[in-house]
Design a protein around this ligand. Structure first.
Ligand code: ATP
Ligand code: MG
Length: 412
């Protein structure tokens, strides 16, 4: 892309009401637009980052054997009544509305019930199991607090996956595989070493167990206790004498850390499917309940967490694999401008993700913008860089500020 064609402008400042660093930087950098508290729109640069995070997650879900689907955001009351999750007393974040005929509908805050209803038409025998499906879907939640930028929104993007299994073994085998795959995903996103799996109570989802994936982050809303060995961590809810005694640990061996929950997985046993009348016939012709697992990753929250972690006083410092573009070319002077066009065309032909900053702004302004937006590399093309050879440019690495003169034809 040529930046002269980007309708989005960067900004020096954002309104006072935006307190979260992630939203401040993402709005200033032109990734997001704020509609109201907890409601954001994704602009061209923002949607590129979201797509990259989604692709990393999607590849891993497909590898697990899950199939991608897309459910509606509009849900019917009756399904949720069957599991007692329609009432505001039980689920306090529903957005509800009515059809013209008076029928109640709810805006999707989760999808266990509708997905289970959907798969019912396709599961009747043990031969039909297991079933794994996932989607990238907007969730709507009437959250009380929405102060953490895109880390807590009233509409946000989630990857949710569901597993339907024959028995506990089949269920647990998949559940445990998901834990490994989630760890792999967080590593790919650059936050593997600061993300911990913790076990927790299931909240509104289930009385059975669940696991959370918590990333150390000052802007997070949760706390975990990390053991001094750095390998295990305990959720705040279960950090008590009883748990510690059971595990053979002492309180002093743990350090409290602020975290953001970037993923959450649950097991529902057979209860949920039974409530929704999903059964199957096993090999011995017995009618049995189906085991349900539910596996979420906060796609848009992850973008916020990554910005919180990978940023400095100048702006965002995207990890290479999720940056909106890997390179920005910044021309200085007339010679620089014509050479930049040539470099840009050639890099595009090679399939390199690059933008050309051809706006009518000063080089200083463009360099500042590049730092704010956080492209991993800036390519400066000027009379000075070309002094000795036509093909020499200056490559600036955003993360370290390191500068290097090199032949642009070797960049890939
Ligand atoms: P939290 O504990 O943060 O309120 P949750 O336990 O209600 O989240 P789940 O329903 O398990 O969340 O959703 C799966 C993932 O979606 C969470 O791990 C989180 O990363 C993300 N998520 C949940 N609520 C929000 C929100 N309001 N805005 C952005 N992302 C969210
Ligand atoms: Mg949670």
């Amino acid at each position: 892309m040529k930046l002269s064609q980007n309708f989005v402008k960067t900004a020096k400042q954002v309104g006072h009401e935006e307190v979260a660093k992630n939203a401040q930087l993402l709005i200033r950098g032109g990734f997001l637009d704020k509609g109201m508290a907890g409601i954001y729109s994704y602009l061209p640069m923002g949607i590129r980052v979201i797509s990259k995070i989604k692709n990393i997650v999607n590849d891993e879900m497909l590898n697990l054997g899950s199939q991608e689907i897309l459910m509606s955001s509009i849900q019917n009351k009756e399904i949720w009544e069957k599991t007692d999750r329609w009432s505001d007393e039980n689920v306090d974040i529903w957005f509800k509305s009515k059809l013209k005929n008076g029928a109640d509908i709810g805006l999707a805050w989760s999808h266990e019930e509708p997905i289970t209803q959907m798969v019912k038409s396709h599961i009747s025998s043990y031969k039909d199991l297991p079933v794994y499906v996932h989607q990238f879907q907007n969730k709507m939640r009437n959250e009380i607090r929405a102060k953490s930028g895109i880390m807590r929104c009233r509409e946000f993007i989630m990857k949710d996956m569901y597993s339907y299994s024959e028995d506990e073994n089949q269920h647990m085998e998949f559940y445990n595989k998901v834990i490994d795959v989630y760890n792999k995903i967080y590593s790919k996103l650059g936050i593997g070493d600061i993300t911990y799996v913790t076990s927790a109570s299931g909240g509104v989802f289930t009385d059975k167990f669940s696991h959370e994936f918590q990333t150390i982050c000052d802007a997070g809303e949760d706390n975990i206790y990390v053991h001094n060995d750095g390998k295990i961590a305990l959720n705040e809810e279960i950090f008590d004498d009883e748990t510690l005694l059971k595990m053979g640990f002492k309180k002093e061996e743990f350090t409290k850390q602020k975290t953001a929950e970037v993923g959450n997985i649950f097991t529902f046993g057979v209860g949920k499917c039974e409530e929704l009348d999903l059964f199957f016939i096993d090999q011995n012709s017995n009618k049995k309940g189906v085991y349900l697992g539910s596996y979420g990753i906060g796609i848009s929250r992850l973008m916020g967490v990554i910005v919180e972690i990978f940023s400095d006083e100048k702006g965002i410092v995207w990890p290479e694999n999720i940056a909106p573009y890997k390179y920005v070319i910044i021309p200085i002077g007339n010679k620089g401008i014509s050479k930049s066009e040539e470099i840009y065309d050639s890099m595009l032909k090679k399939g390199i993700e690059v933008v050309l900053d051809d706006r009518k702004e000063s080089p200083g302004f463009k360099l500042k913008d590049a730092d704010l937006i956080g492209y991993p590399y800036q390519i400066v093309v000027s009379d000075k860089t070309m002094e000795n050879s036509e093909n020499v440019v200056e490559l600036i690495k955003r993360s370290s500020g390191e500068k290097l003169l090199l032949d642009w034809t070797t960049i890939n």
